[in-house]
Design a protein around this ligand. Structure first.
Ligand SMILES: [Zn+2]
Length: 139
């Protein structure tokens, strides 16, 4: 993606978590690291993009990556997951937003942040006008 910047890899933390799990440290026992919420697993199954690597815990080939988007210019849509195709469109329409890529294994529920980066064309824009949500109407 052309506007990708401030790329930060979380490979070191990922390795640290895995090594701690292998050493059997309580804080990182597999029940702690393989703790993907049912919603996260469902999002990965329906909206995730296949990962290029196998699960580091159970060796599953079904690992998925999810791109979560955050930023003031996204308004109420900050925090949603987006496909790579959607990110490619968004980078031309939004000045600046952060993408956090999370890998999720639907088989053992391993999940970890793998990369963070910033996208956007650099032009400051107002967030979209707030739309009513189901919570506004029925909440
Ligand atoms: Zn797994």
């Amino acid at each position: 993606m052309w506007s990708q910047r401030q790329v930060m890899s979380h490979a070191l933390q990922r390795r640290h978590t895995l090594e701690s799990m292998l050493r059997g440290e309580r804080a990182f026992s597999s029940t702690t690291a393989c703790d993907a919420e049912p919603l996260l697993v469902r999002a990965a199954l329906h909206h995730g993009e296949p990962s290029a690597v196998a699960c580091p815990v159970c060796d599953s080939e079904h690992m998925m990556n999810l791109n979560y988007t955050f930023g003031d210019q996204l308004g109420q849509y900050s925090g949603r997951h987006k496909s790579t195709a959607e990110l490619e469109e968004m980078q031309n329409e939004i000045g600046e937003f952060t993408v956090r890529v999370v890998e999720v294994c639907p088989d053992c529920r391993w999940n970890h942040l793998i990369t963070t980066y910033v996208l956007g064309d650099g032009k400051k824009r107002r967030p979209p006008r707030r739309q009513k949500t189901v919570e506004d109407i029925y909440g």
